[in-house]
Unconditional design. Structure first.
Lengths: 469, 178
């Protein structure tokens, strides 16, 4: 083993604050007259900041693998000895939040060509549509996609992680369609025609630009951590770190969106592009079906004298394995389409559904969540038997405490406490019960007085009751 | 004049160097990252425009140094650090290096770090990520203080040599790491 350069060792001691006055003066003088000494100091300081970067990524990868349902103040809080400003921790977490594969960056770069993107994680039902017409419903991590290829996540609990050639991570949320486009300027270029995605830039110093099109906007981002949701008529882009330029498809108006800001771009809006501070979350939310022209799943039924908005279940073939599928009849809504604010869930909250069934059938109610300004965090469901809903053909209303919902992904979150509502749904399995939904509401606290339970509702602690028209 | 997107991209390319320059002042990797983020925010929100990338970088290093000195004052660590003249020399040397060359070096450095033995990474993590002093690292590792100084010093030299080796290999193959 070669002996260390004693001057390097002295510099390490100097930077540790452990040299005497005489030694410190010697170090300063050495640095002043010796370019190699300064080169070593520059090298050492670069190594120090890169070590911290690498450790941040490694820790977030560890957290992601453990998939702990922690709020966004994870282990960094305790590992770093209280010397990091809170916002810097947020940046560090943001940089690495979806970084299950971030440590693969270098190997990814060597394996994937300049126009290929690697799938590093896939969960739930998804589909690959190749540029030349091939179809594959068995996506696995390690596959690369090329220009013109399309990925679809086919349920709200499906998601796909992609690692770009610069090491950035793109996470596709549920019910999303993403196409990889050619870009002659060397940017990663996508079209998100529906659904949601989260982008976490590489922690590496050289990070490329990312361009994303939706039906309503074009976003050109540089080293930004952001999330984007879109439908055919509107998009919301929220920037949590870095910045980017957003151009509205409708009139070509363009604005810079920076950290902490968001823009909501709609084809139907008459005013120009507006950038605002990200909205504070709300704990009460009532979905006004009359104001939701697009739904994730369901069909609008003719209004009646007493019910203006009626959303009927539509069939959905649900793949339960590679060989088998089950038919669902479902209504599903995205919370962001009917709320300007993120909808925050607490264990003490309840969800109220009002609707009607034409045939006696157990109804499954559920919702999916994401971490606040983060990625998919799970899905929760509860079954309510037909007898608890009341007489067939009459309007019913159920108040379901969130604690009654069982987690489908307990590895991600065992409780919805502190998470953001993304999708909410009701469905029947195999048989079409003529299910229709009229009203959905998140009520922040449990009622002061217990409601009268409907007959047969003892299978859970919710308070379903029927309501005559 | 540089557009906001150009400014952001250029600063991200120089991120490690600007953060490292800040680290020399504050000797805290998280504070250095914090300072870099503040520099980015200032660059994007300040009214003065940058004629070119060189002007931006010159401003960014000065801004990072001032932020660092301010941080030192706020944390009562005025006694730390080099004088302004020496800091300026270091910054000038950092700026003299082409961005592409620096990028390849940083990439190689990450590779070297990721392939380093666990014990080496632990020492570096304790020292630079968790911010412990060498004395505290020595206690945690059950080693003498002088042994830690030697090991930290040797680790920096090893990483430097590893990076140089990777860059040489890449150059010989005609395929620079990028």
């Amino acid at each position: 083993m070669n002996p260390t350069n004693p001057q390097h060792e002295l510099l390490v001691r100097y930077l540790d604050g452990a040299t005497s006055e005489e030694e410190s003066a010697r170090v300063v003088e050495w640095l002043r007259r010796d370019a190699d000494a300064r080169a070593f100091l520059r090298t050492l300081s670069e190594q120090a900041v890169v070590v911290a970067d690498v450790e941040r990524v490694a820790i977030s990868r560890e957290q992601a693998l453990k998939a702990v349902d922690a709020p966004q103040t994870p282990q960094l809080e305790t590992r770093v000895r209280g010397r990091v400003p809170p916002w810097a921790r947020r940046v560090a977490v943001a940089i690495a939040l979806v970084a299950v594969s971030a440590a693969l960056v270098v190997s990814v770069r060597t394996r994937v060509g300049s126009e290929r993107i690697l799938i590093t994680k896939t969960t739930g039902s998804s589909r690959y549509l190749g540029a030349k017409g091939s179809v594959d419903d068995t996506l696995t991590s390690g596959l690369a996609i090329g220009v013109g290829d399309t990925l679809e996540t086919r349920s709200c609990d499906a998601w796909i992680d992609l690692t770009l050639r610069d090491g950035s991570t793109v996470t596709m949320g549920g019910n999303s369609v993403l196409r990889f486009l050619r870009d002659d300027a060397g940017r990663s270029h996508f079209e998100l025609s529906q659904g949601s995605l989260w982008v976490t830039p590489s922690a590496e110093p050289l990070t490329g630009r990312l361009m994303i099109r939706t039906p309503t906007l074009l976003a050109e981002m540089a080293s930004a951590q952001f999330d984007l949701r879109t439908s055919s008529t509107e998009s919301i882009l929220r920037v949590n770190a870095g910045s980017g330029r957003v151009t509205q498809t409708l009139d070509g108006g363009s604005m810079l969106v920076t950290k902490g800001q968001q823009t909501h771009v709609s084809l139907s809006r008459r005013h120009g592009l507006v950038v605002t501070l990200q909205s504070a979350p709300v704990t009460h939310w009532a979905c006004d079906l009359g104001r939701v022209p697009e739904v994730s799943l369901g069909r609008w039924l003719p209004s009646t004298d007493t019910q203006q908005a009626r959303l009927g279940a539509e069939p959905l073939l649900w793949p339960v394995s590679e060989e088998a599928s089950v038919m669902l009849y479902a209504v599903s809504l995205a919370a962001w389409k009917s709320s300007e604010h993120p909808v925050l869930l607490h264990d003490t909250s309840r969800i109220r559904f009002r609707g009607r069934s034409a045939r006696a059938q157990t109804v499954r109610f559920g919702f999916s969540v994401q971490k606040v300004r983060g990625v998919f965090a799970g899905k929760f469901e509860v079954d309510v038997p037909a007898r608890a809903l009341g007489p067939i053909g009459q309007t019913w209303e159920v108040d379901l405490p969130l604690t009654d919902f069982r987690p489908l992904h307990p590895r991600l979150a065992i409780s919805p406490e502190g998470l953001e509502l993304t999708d909410i749904y009701a469905l029947t399995i195999r048989e079409d019960a003529g299910l229709e939904i009229h009203h959905i509401e998140l009520v922040p606290e449990a009622p002061m007085e217990p409601r009268e339970s409907a007959p047969g509702s003892g299978e859970h602690n919710s308070s379903p009751r029927s309501t005559d028209l | 004049m540089l557009l906001e997107s150009d400014i952001l991209q250029a600063l991200m390319q120089w991120r490690t160097r600007i953060s490292a320059a800040a680290w020399v002042v504050v000797r805290d990797a998280h504070a250095a990252e914090d300072i870099f983020q503040n520099v980015v925010l200032k660059a994007l929100t300040r009214e003065v425009q940058f004629a070119n990338e060189a002007a931006l970088m010159s401003w960014a290093f000065i801004a990072a140094r001032r932020e660092g000195l301010d941080w030192r004052r706020r944390h009562h660590r005025e006694h730390l650090g080099l004088d302004a003249e020496l800091l300026e020399v270091l910054e000038a040397e950092w700026q003299a290096e082409p961005a592409r060359e620096s990028g390849a070096r940083m990439e190689a450095l990450q590779e070297c770090l990721e392939s380093a033995p666990e014990s080496a990474r632990r020492i570096l993590k304790l020292r630079y990520y968790e911010g412990w002093s060498c004395e505290e690292v020595a206690e945690k590792m059950g080693l003498g203080l002088n042994a830690i100084y030697k090991r930290v010093s040797r680790l920096h030299e090893t990483l430097r040599d590893c990076v140089a080796g990777k860059l040489r290999t890449a150059t010989n193959l005609g395929d620079p790491i990028s």
